[in-house]
Design a binder for this molecule. Structure first.
Ligand SMILES: [Fe+2]
Ligand SMILES: [Fe+2]
Length: 346
């Protein structure tokens, strides 16, 4: 039996990530409505900050989905829930407190989804942990937003129930809870998607591929070999093709060894196709074939990082490097969509 590229657990996690993206869009839409409805300066300033974070985090979720390498759609149940909440947010009978309270629940659910994806990644594979690492920032900021939303609820309900402003100690308390959170989270560092250069995105891909090779080397279980190889195959194809579409043409006019890089990738793809036709239950044979492609891939990736990266650094401006990163991610995303279409039509 040749290798089956799709794995159910991985597809399920892809569904959860797609759900997070859909909810992130909903959070942004809600915040736009709340800002319009809110007359209190303190509250609207905080909402403005949320929306700035949430737009940036939508970009991070998008990057994570592409890095993860498996695409899915949010379930019908989720789509229905989003429609219901959108209607509720437009409902003129509800108070702003009701809407902020609902928004707080959604933030909570979003934080939980992020944490659950991390838990699942710990069980399924180190390569997934590598791909989803930037979600840490999203989770941390959602938790910080939740603390502020609790303060907003306190302020709004006091006003609704008593007609008077809440005591001013609320925000000091909120600030304290956020400081405690920061202590807990340590230094959560993650660059936003639009700050990444082409070298950063390529390095992230290489790290994921190397992690997958390591996982294959460390298992004797045919079902695990199949799962990791399935992911490796998809990641390496997408990465190579995106480099051929975006990076190599940009290098070609001046960098002498571009053709060599293309030829090496053609050879690797051929090796991968041969392994795909093998049966992973012949573990020894299967793993030694993977070891051969690993050797070729490692040499190729090291060459890119040692020779192509300095070339990019010296010859492309910052803006150009970021632009290439964006184009590279878009190309990968399109290649992944095409693959989803071709597998679902089989
Ligand atoms: Fe390459
Ligand atoms: Fe590469």
């Amino acid at each position: 039996m040749p290798v089956q590229l799709e794995d159910n657990k991985r597809t399920a996690i892809a569904g959860k990530l797609a759900e997070m993206k859909a909810f992130q869009n909903l959070l942004i839409a809600n915040e736009e409505i709340l800002i319009q409805a809110c007359s209190d300066r303190e509250l609207s300033n905080r909402l403005e900050d949320f929306i700035r974070d949430d737009r940036k985090n939508l970009g991070i979720i998008d990057t994570v989905i592409v890095q993860y390498g498996v695409k899915a759609e949010p379930s019908q149940k989720v789509q229905k829930e989003i429609e219901m909440v959108s209607e509720m947010m437009q409902d003129s009978e509800l108070t702003i407190f009701d809407k902020v309270a609902k928004h707080e629940l959604l933030k909570h659910a979003q934080t939980m989804s992020g944490l659950l994806v991390h838990k699942a990644a710990q069980v399924v594979g180190a390569d997934i942990e590598v791909a989803i690492a930037p979600l840490n920032t999203v989770n941390f900021e959602n938790r910080a937003h939740q603390e502020q939303l609790k303060g907003m609820m306190e302020s709004l309900s006091t006003l609704e129930l008593t007609g008077q402003s809440a005591d001013q100690g609320i925000w000091a308390r909120v600030q304290d809870s956020m400081a405690a959170l920061t202590g807990m989270a340590g230094s959560v560092v993650s660059r936003t998607s639009d700050e990444m250069s082409i070298r950063d995105v390529i390095r992230m891909d290489h790290l994921k591929v190397k992690t997958l090779f390591g996982q294959i080397q460390n298992t004797e279980v045919p079902q695990k070999l199949e799962e990791y190889f399935g992911q490796l195959y998809q990641d390496l194809f997408t990465h190579s093709e995106a480099e051929e579409q975006i990076l190599y043409p940009a290098l070609r006019p001046h960098y002498n060894d571009t053709q060599k890089l293309c030829d090496e990738q053609a050879e690797m793809k051929q090796m991968l196709d041969q392994i795909k036709a093998m049966n992973p239950t012949n573990t020894v044979e299967f793993k030694s074939a993977v070891a051969r492609v690993m050797e070729a891939a490692n040499a190729h990736m090291d060459d890119e990082e040692r020779n192509v990266f300095p070339y990019i650094k010296d010859n492309f401006g910052d803006g150009q490097q970021k632009q290439l990163a964006t184009e590279f991610k878009t190309a990968k995303s399109q290649l992944q969509d095409k693959r989803v279409l071709s597998t679902s039509s089989k």
